[in-house]
Design a protein around this ligand. Structure first.
Ligand code: ZN
Length: 1049
C-alpha cells in the first residue's frame, strides 16, 4: 500500500509496504498525535464513545476460573482510563508468545499478529514473505486464501504491512463469526504457509521468457511494486534519508526491496527468513473489541499449542541501536526526473540512541507541531516564504521505529547551490526560536489541538482498535510497556505544569536534540532526466548478460518455467479445497440496512439538517455553499480559494492569529468540495442533475460552539485574499503536489480523465483537480506575477458568488443536548451570512463540457510503470439499474482482474468502479508493467462473466453477495455518518431506495452476472482509454492504439 503522510513521512518514503492497496487498506497518515497513528478517512469507522464505558468481558474473576488461563501467565493487568479499555498482557507459557488483550465495548473487533523481522540486505525478503504467506497454507491449500477472504467476508480491515523492522498481519470485523474465520486463516498463513519456489517467483521475482527469440525479463509482484515506489522522487529521497541516518543497523537497508537488488534473493534465504523469524516466540499477538477473552485464548492455543519455545529468536530479532555520530555530513544522489525536474533536500537528525522518557516524547510531539504543524508554524512559514523552493518537506518527527528522527527541508529547488541557503535558514530559525521561545498563544493552541485530537480519537474509517495496536507496537516491539503509548492524561498534565512553571521545555529540546546534535545528515536529491533510461538500459544489459551465460537447455528450462508459472497462476482451485476456507452464509447477513437519523428543517430561510448521534460532547458542523453558481473558467481556482479560507487570515485576524484561535477553541476547521449527481426514482437512471457544494467543516465541544460559528463566519465573509507572495507559494505547492501525485497515483488521474468525457460531475472534478489542472496552475504561477490584481479579483468574485444566504446549507451532527445548547449560536450564524437580493444563477456546466475526440489519451511521465484505464457509461438515462450490478462489479476486482492483471500480469493492482447514480464503469491498473495486455484483459471481461454465469456455484455467488454487504455496512464515525446522511439527502437517495437496493443485492443471481457482461461490451467496443506511463511504453503501444499523446512531466 502507498502511504501518504502530511508530506512524505517515513511510512511512504522509506518504510512501510503492504499487500494491498484500495478500500481495505485505509491509507495512513503521519502519526498526528503522540504515538497513536491516526488514519485518514477512506472508509467510515464506528467508534465507541470513551466516556460512560462499561467494562465488558474479562475480569480477574474470569481469569482464575477458566482452564484455558492455565496455559498463560498474566504479565500485567490494567485499565486505560483515557479510552475506557481493560487491558491484560499475557505470556503463553509454552512458547513465550506475548498476547495483548483489550476489552472495550466496540463491535469493530481487531486481531493482529506481528513478528520482528529485521533484514540485513535490500532484497526485500520481509516484504516478499509478507505477500507470500498469504498464498496458501497447511489448512487452506488454495492459491490465495487472502483473496478468498476479500471476496466473501465482512471484514472491515484486511491487509498486511512490512515495516523496516516488523511485519504485521491485522484483520477486523464487526461480525464475531467472521472475525474468528479471519483469525484462523491469518494464523495458519503466518505459522504454516505453503511456501515453494513458485511462491517466490510469483510474489518476488523470476525470469520471464516465452519464446527462444524473446529477451529475458524480470517479473514479480513485489519487484514491480517497488519499481513503482522507486519512480517517485519523494520516495527515493525519503529512502536515502533513512538509510543515511542509520548507516550501521537494519534501518540502513530497504525492507521493501530495491528493484536492483531483489533479483539477488535466493530460495534458501527466502525460506530461511521465515524459519528464522516467523515463530510464536517472536510474536506479539493482539486482540481488541467486545468479544470474550477466554475464547480468544482458546483459539490461540489451537495454533500455539504445537510449538515449543524457540531458543534464539528473540535475541536474533533484536534491533541494534544506531550509535550517534558527532559531526554533521552531507549526501548527494540522483532521482529519475522529467526535463524540468528540480532538487529536493532535507536536513535529517537522529534524535536518540537510548530510550526516550515518555514526557520527552510527548514534548517532542508538541515541539514538532509548534515548528511545522500548520502553514503558519514558524519553521514552516519561514521556509515557505523564503522562495528558495516550491514547497516545504515537513516530515518532522518520526517515533514509530526504535529511534526517533527529525526531518525538514524543501523541494522544487531550481538550483542545487540554494541547498546551502535552505540549510542555513533552517539552522538559523531553530537558533532564533531556541533563544526567543514560542508565543504563549501558539503553545496553548498546540496543546489544545493535541488534546482535542487525543480525546476525540477519530480514526474515521480506520478501525480504532488497529490504531491502538500500531500505537502500542512502537513501544511493545522493543520489549517496553505496550500500554504506555496509549496514555496521555498524566504526561499532558505534567507537560502543562512544566510550561506553566516557566521551564523553557521546548527551547531546551531544540538545543539538545537538534542544534547540539551532531548526528545530522543533509540529503540532496538531484534530478536526472536520463536516469530512467539508464536504469532501463542497466536492467536490459544485466538480463542480456544472464542470458549469454545460459546454455540452450537453461533457456528451454526458463521457457518451460514461465509456462508452468502461468499455468499455476491460471489454474482453478478445486471446489473441495476452496470449501475449506471458512466463510459466512447468507443467513448470517442482516437483511435490513442500517439507517442514519436525519431531521430536516428550515430556519431563517436556510435548510438545516440535524443528525442526532452519540458524538461524545462534540458538535460537527458542515456549512455548505452551492457551487453551481461558479462559472467553468473559475473552477480550477476553487481548491486554492479553499486553502485561502483557512490559511490567509481575515480582515479581523492575521494568518497566525486565525490559526491559533481555531486550534485553541475548536477541534479544527477544514474545507472540502463535493460534486455528485442525483439518483432517479424507480431504479431508473435519470438525466444528470448536478449537486455540488463547497463545505466549511468544523468541530468543537458544545461549550465552544459560539467560538466555532464565529470563526467560521469570519472565514467565509472576511478572508483577506490580498497576499500575493503567499498566494504564489500556494500555487507552487499545488503544482509540486500535483506533479508528485500524477506519478505516484496515476490511476486516479487516468480514471478522472475518462470520466470527464462522459459525466459533467467528473468534468468539474477534472477542472479542479485533474491532469488538466496542471496546465492551469503553471499558467497561474506566471499570472500571479504579471497580473496579481486580476487574480485577486477572481478570488473575490468566487466569494461574491458563493457567499449568499440563498446558497447556504447547514448540516449538524451532535447529541440532543448539544443541539439545544447551540441553537442561538446557529441562528446568529445564519443571520450573519449576507442575503443578496438578486437570484443566484446556476451555471449549466454541461454546456461547457470539453468535447474529446478519438479513442483516448496517453500522458507521458518519468516512471518505470504504467497506469492503464478504460471506461464508458454502461447505463444510459432512462434505463433501469439494479443493486445486483454492484455485486458483479465488486466481484471482478477480486477474481478476473486480480488474477489477470496482478497475478499473471505482475501489476501491483487493478481496480474497477461502477457508479450506480451515473452508470459509469471504469477499469484502472496500478503500477503496471504492461499496457496492451492489460487493455486486452479488460476487453475480455464480458467473456469471463458469461462463462462464470454458466457454471456459478452457490458458494461463489454467496461470497460475492457477502462481500458486497460487508462494504455496504462498513462502520462510520459520527461525523462521517452525519456527512453521509446529508449526501444521501441531497442526491435523493432515500432509506427506502437503499433498502430496495440491498434487497436486490441479497437476491443477486447468476443471471445478473450474464446481464452485466452484456453491459460491459460497451466498454470493450467503444470505451475510452487513458494511460499514464513511460514514453517507451506509450510509444510502443501507440503503434496499435492511436491515442493522443502528451508529455506532462
Ligand atoms: Zn507489497
Amino acid at each position: 500500500m502507498l502511504l501518504s503522510g502530511r508530506v512524505s513521512g517515513f511510512m511512504n518514503s522509506a518504510g512501510m509496504s503492504s499487500f494491498l492497496r484500495g478500500s481495505a487498506g485505509a491509507r495512513m497518515s503521519k502519526v498526528a498525535s503522540f504515538k497513536l497513528p491516526q488514519a485518514s478517512f477512506r472508509r467510515p469507522g464506528r467508534l465507541a464513545p470513551f466516556s460512560n464505558v462499561r467494562m465488558v468481558a474479562t475480569s480477574s474473576v474470569d481469569v482464575k476460573s477458566s482452564a484455558i488461563f492455565q496455559k498463560y501467565d498474566i504479565v500485567k493487568e490494567d485499565h486505560i482510563d483515557e479510552y475506557g479499555a481493560k487491558v491484560v498482557l499475557f505470556k503463553h507459557k509454552k512458547t513465550g508468545a506475548e498476547v495483548m488483550s483489550v476489552s472495550v465495548p466496540d463491535e469493530n473487533k481487531v486481531f493482529g499478529i506481528t513478528f520482528r523481522t529485521p533484514p540485513n540486505d535490500s532484497t526485500g525478503v520481509p516484504h516478499i514473505l509478507e505477500h507470500s504467506v498469504l498464498c496458501g497454507s497447511r489448512r487452506y491449500p488454495v492459491k490465495e486464501p487472502f483473496v478468498e477472504l476479500l471476496k466473501g467476508s465482512m471484514n472491515t480491515f484486511l491487509n498486511a504491512f512490512t515495516y523496516p523492522d516488523r511485519t504485521c498481519y491485522p484483520v477486523a470485523s464487526q461480525n464475531l463469526k467472521d472475525f474468528y474465520n479471519l483469525i484462523n486463516v491469518y494464523l495458519d498463513a503466518v505459522l504454516h504457509p505453503a511456501l515453494t519456489p513458485w511462491t517466490l517467483k510469483q510474489e518476488g521475482w523470476h525470469y520471464e521468457i516465452e519464446d527462444e527469440s524473446d529477451a529475458l525479463k524480470y517479473k514479480g509482484v513485489v519487484f514491480n511494486e517497488m519499481k513503482g515506489v522507486y519512480s517517485s522522487p519523494d520516495a527515493v529521497h525519503g529512502r536515502a534519508c533513512q538509510q543515511a541516518l542509520f548507516p550501521d543497523n537494519t534501518y540502513g537497508v530497504d525492507s521493501g526491496g530495491d528493484p536492483t537488488v531483489i533479483p539477488k534473493l535466493t530460495w534458501e534465504n527466502f525460506e530461511g527468513f521465515h524459519k528464522k523469524f516467523y515463530h510464536p516466540s517472536n510474536s506479539r499477538i493482539y486482540f481488541y473489541g467486545d468479544d470474550d477473552v477466554a475464547a480468544r485464548l482458546e483459539l490461540l492455543e489451537t495454533f500455539l499449542g504445537e510449538f515449543e519455545q524457540h531458543p534464539r529468536v528473540r535475541k536474533d530479532s533484536t534491533i541494534e541501536w544506531q550509535q550517534k555520530r558527532n559531526a554533521p555530513w552531507t549526501i548527494e544522489q540522483h532521482y529519475p526526473s522529467g526535463q524540468d525536474g528540480k532538487v529536493l533536500m532535507t536536513v535529517n537528525w537522529l534524535i536518540n540512541d537510548q530510550v526516550l522518557k515518555p514526557q520527552d516524547e510527548l514534548a517532542l510531539d508538541v515541539l514538532d507541531d509548534l515548528l511545522m504543524g500548520t502553514p503558519v508554524s514558524p519553521l514552516y512559514k519561514t521556509l515557505r516564504e523564503s522562495g528558495l523552493g516550491e514547497s516545504v518537506i515537513s516530515d518532522g518527527l518520526e517515533t514509530v521505529l526504535q529511534q526517533a528522527t527529525y526531518s525538514v527541508g524543501m523541494k522544487g529547488i531550481d538550483d542545487v547551490a540554494k541547498c546551502d541557503q535552505v540549510q542555513k535558514l533552517i539552522l538559523d530559525t531553530l537558533n532564533k526560536i531556541a533563544n526567543e521561545g514560542f508565543d504563549k498563544s501558539s503553545i496553548e493552541a498546540s496543546l489544545n489541538s493535541l488534546e482535542f485530537k487525543l480525546r476525540e480519537f477519530n480514526t474515521g474509517g480506520f478501525p480504532r482498535g488497529l490504531s491502538f495496536m500500531l500505537g502500542s507496537l512502537s513501544s511493545w516491539l522493543y520489549d517496553r510497556d505496550p500500554m504506555e503509548p496509549l496514555r496521555f492524561e498524566k504526561p499532558l498534565a505534567e507537560l502543562r505544569s512544566r510550561i506553566a512553571s516557566g521551564e523553557p521545555v521546548f527551547e531546551d529540546l531544540i538545543k539538545k536534540y537538534l542544534i547540539n546534535n551532531g548526528h545530522r545528515v543533509t540529503v540532496k536529491s538531484l534530478p536526472d532526466p536520463e536516469l530512467e533510461e539508464k536504469n532501463r538500459k542497466r536492467e536490459e544489459e544485466e538480463l542480456e548478460n544472464v542470458r549469454k551465460s545460459l546454455q540452450k537447455e537453461d533457456i528451454s528450462k526458463l521457457i518451460e518455467e514461465t509456462k508452468m508459472l502461468k499455468e499455476k497462476q491460471q489454474a482453478e482451485d478445486p471446489p473441495e479445497k476452496l470449501a475449506l476456507i471458512p466463510s459466512l452464509t447468507m443467513d448470517d447477513l442482516d437483511k435490513q440496512g442500517r439507517n442514519i437519523p436525519i431531521a430536516v428543517s428550515e430556519e431563517k430561510g436556510v435548510k438545516v439538517l440535524r443528525h442526532e448521534l452519540p458524538t461524545n460532547g462534540i458538535v460537527y458542523a458542515d456549512i455548505g455553499l452551492d457551487m453551481r453558481v461558479v462559472p467553468v473558467d473559475l473552477l480550477p481556482l476553487i481548491p486554492l480559494f479553499c486553502r485561502c479560507l483557512t490559511e490567509m487570515g481575515t480582515h479581523k485576524r492575521d494568518d497566525i492569529a486565525l490559526s491559533d484561535f481555531i486550534r485553541t477553541h475548536t477541534g479544527g476547521v477544514y474545507t472540502s468540495t463535493s460534486t455528485t449527481q442525483k439518483y432517479g426514482s424507480g431504479n431508473r437512471l435519470p438525466e444528470p442533475e448536478v449537486v455540488s457544494n463547497l463545505f466549511l467543516r468544523g468541530k468543537a465541544t458544545y461549550a465552544k460552539s459560539a467560538e466555532m460559528f464565529e470563526v467560521m463566519n469570519d472565514i467565509i465573509t472576511n478572508t483577506n485574499f490580498n497576499n500575493q507572495n503567499k498566494f504564489k507559494q500556494m500555487v507552487l505547492e499545488t503544482k509540486a503536489r500535483l506533479e508528485a501525485n500524477i506519478v505516484g497515483s496515476g490511476h486516479s488521474y487516468a480514471a478522472g480523465r475518462i470520466g470527464a468525457r462522459y459525466m459533467v460531475t467528473e468534468f468539474v472534478e477534472e477542472k479542479m483537480r485533474g491532469i488538466e489542472t496542471l496546465d492551469f496552475i503553471r499558467e497561474l504561477a506566471k499570472e500571479v506575477d504579471k497580473n496579481w490584481e486580476g487574480v485577486l479579483a477572481k478570488l473575490e468574485r468566487i466569494r461574491d458568488l458563493l457567499v449568499n444566504r440563498k446558497n447556504l446549507l447547514i448540516n449538524l451532527s451532535a447529541e440532543d443536548k448539544g443541539f439545544s445548547s447551540l441553537q442561538s449560536n446557529l441562528e446568529e450564524y445564519i443571520q450573519s451570512i449576507p442575503l443578496k437580493t438578486e437570484e443566484s444563477k446556476v451555471v449549466d456546466w454541461a454546456m461547457e463540457m470539453k468535447k474529446f475526440d478519438g479513442k483516448g489519451e496517453g500522458f507521458v511521465v518519468p516512471t518505470q510503470v504504467n497506469y492503464v484505464g478504460k471506461g464508458a457509461q454502461i447505463f444510459k438515462p432512462g434505463e433501469v439499474t439494479s443493486g445486483a450490478a454492484a455485486v458483479v462489479s465488486r466481484h471482478l476486482r477480486t477474481t478476473w482482474l486480480w488474477d489477470k492483471v496482478r497475478v499473471v500480469g505482475g501489476a501491483y493492482g487493478a481496480m474497477n468502479s461502477y457508479n450506480p447514480s451515473s452508470g459509469m464503469f471504469k477499469y484502472v491498473s496500478y503500477r503496471d508493467p504492461n499496457l496492451l495486455q492489460t487493455l486486452e484483459t479488460y476487453d475480455q471481461t464480458p467473456e469471463f462473466l458469461r462463462e462464470l454465469s454458466k457454471e456459478m456455484s452457490p458458494t461463489t455467488l454467496a461470497n460475492a453477495i457477502i462481500g458486497m454487504i460487508g462494504d455496504m455496512d462498513a462502520p462510520m464515525s459520527p461525523d462521517q455518518k452525519g456527512f453521509t446522511s446529508m449526501d444521501r439527502y441531497l442526491t435523493g437517495l432515500t432509506d427506502e431506495m437503499r433498502q430496495e437496493r440491498r434487497d436486490q443485492v441479497l437476491s443477486t443471481t447468476a443471471k445478473d452476472f450474464a446481464e452485466f457482461a452484456e453491459r460491459l461490451e460497451v466498454v470493450t467496443k467503444e470505451g475510452s482509454i487513458a494511460v499514464i506511463g513511460s514514453s517507451s511504453a506509450l510509444e510502443e503501444a501507440n503503434k496499435e492504439l492511436g491515442l493522443e499523446l502528451k508529455k506532462i512531466l
